[in-house]
Design a protein around this ligand. Sequence first.
Ligand code: SF4
Length: 675
Amino acid sequence: MTGVKTTCPYCGVGCGVIAKPDGTIKGDPDHPANYGRLCSKGSALGETIDLDGRLLAPQILGRSAGWNDALDLVATKFSAAIRDHGPDSVAFYVSGQLLTEDYYVANKLMKGYIGSANIDTNSRLCMASSVAGHKRAFGTDTVPGTYEDLEQADLIVLVGSNLAWCHPVLFQRISAAKDARPEMRIVNIDPRKTATSDLADLHLQINADGDAALFNGLLRHLADTDALDQPYIDAHVNGFDAAIAAAAGDPTLSGLTADEIAQFYALWAGTKKVVTVYSQGVNQSTSGTDKVNAIINCHLATGRIGKPGMGPFSVTGQPNAMGGREVGGLANMLANHLDIENPDHRDAVQTAWSSPTICTKPGLKAVDLFQACADGKIKALWIISTNPAVSLPDADGVSAAIKNVPFTVVTDIMARTDTGDLADVLLPATGWGEKNGTVTNSERRISRQRAFLPAPAHARPDWKIICDVAQRMGFDGFGFETPADVFAEYVATTALSRDFGKDLDLTALDGADYESLEAVQWPVGGKTRFFADGGFYHPDGKARMIAVTPPAQSNGKFILNTGRNRDQWHTMTRTGKSARLGAHLAEPYVEIHPDDAAEMGVDTAELVTVYGPKGKAIFRALITTNVGRGSLFAPLHWTRQQSASGVVNSAIGPRTDPISGQPATKSTQVDAGKC
Ligand code: SF4
């Protein structure tokens, strides 16, 4: 067998993979995301496809059950909750791991048939602030650039992004570009020194949430040094005066010295081809949306957007966070980048779906959704392909909230997860290598995931499970036979985006052969970049610069930052199976500055308790100058099943960005001490 072309299931780079049933994995040399490259996680995929620990049949209250009984029970319980308590008494919490087809039918069921928008996703933890920032600035959730811009730029600014560990193939592409053009400059803005900082010409170790003050100051500097693109502003941008007025504050509030700031500003102002790459360090903040707009403001004010080697660029954490956004998989949006608040959009989507109803208001965002569970407002909950009892902030409170829901369904590929253990019904899903569908990566490129393994035992694809429940609830509109059928309907509905003057038009794929679909960027058959000549999606066609007020600096004893390790993915459902990946960093740890460790009386590898606003977690001390004084860093991967006391989200409070609802998991005020 020559191998099946598919797509890596981990990060938002979306690398092409060629896989064989014997576990042979190699990078797809023809895929435009990676041109054959893979990182440690992607190259170890073949070590993760065994059936150890898999959920192979439905379970009801811990006992194996047949599909008919399980699906009947789920449909009956959801229908009863809706009948007795209304549509908003039920909720779905889904995942950026889902394929677009899965996301599409889940969103259609909740918003068009149940009539609630209570469907949110773990992508809320990933990109919600970027989505909100894009919509404020551009009028729609558009990523303006492409990966090639990262190779064509003369200056790359990496903000709140450990690209070397979290998006390794993009980092490899930048490294190769810098090798070829040593004059390329790289600035890394991060409170922590990481593997990414090693490539940087300048590492700016800012305070947590110091980004808005820094980029506000950059905007002011650009104005003061005559570095604006006034014709672009005049023709294509509104809000400049308010944004510049709000940018009058002191940039040293970022925690950087005046010399560091001057060096960065001179480099940015003096380089035409600048790409500012940002990720979770920007998004996961109580001021995440403002930070995104502070960055975009600088690009709009200089016209450095949508041109080769220029633009703001958000890199998504998950493989299909973007695809989920496209089909409306967030509680505050409709499919095709249309708006719940707009009655014309709602009517159009309802007509396209021929659905009996349509949600009329935004639903509960992730943190609020689980608070509603704790408050007894949610009577039936379906969690699909994610582990919120570990991965959401206030993880212990979320576990208690799930227990408080009268009826909980969990779909997963694994038999035992912290969340699955709380379910009334467990439904076995097919996993990567066993299912077919599409994902969209960080540069708007849609790629096929293709099966190269049979579905194990009784496992079924998510789109099929959701459709089976929908039909048992008495709903038409879910008679899809294949994921290709779902994709075809989704493609047809994107005509609405075009009709309403939005950006997401896939209709050129109408009738395309699903099996042989090549990786393709949207807008399909159109431009590869947006906004070089304006054409924004606000009613007047202009972008918006946003007045940003930097947040007050945190002043707790310690600021706890969280993030990923190089060789693990999320709660290790899949990567935890590879001994090779597990050897990199084997147990929960917390990085502590040597001076702080000395004050605590803690030596390397001794146990440290971190006390957060709602709970605590215990880690081994890793003493390093990679973090500054007063800063702690702990990775997010370990579950209670792997380490009873090392769940970092037990020590994180449920603070969110007020606009995007994205949890602020990188700047929690905590105390810490030797165990
Ligand atoms: Fe997979 Fe991301 Fe690594 Fe590419 S960079 S192989 S998509 S984890």
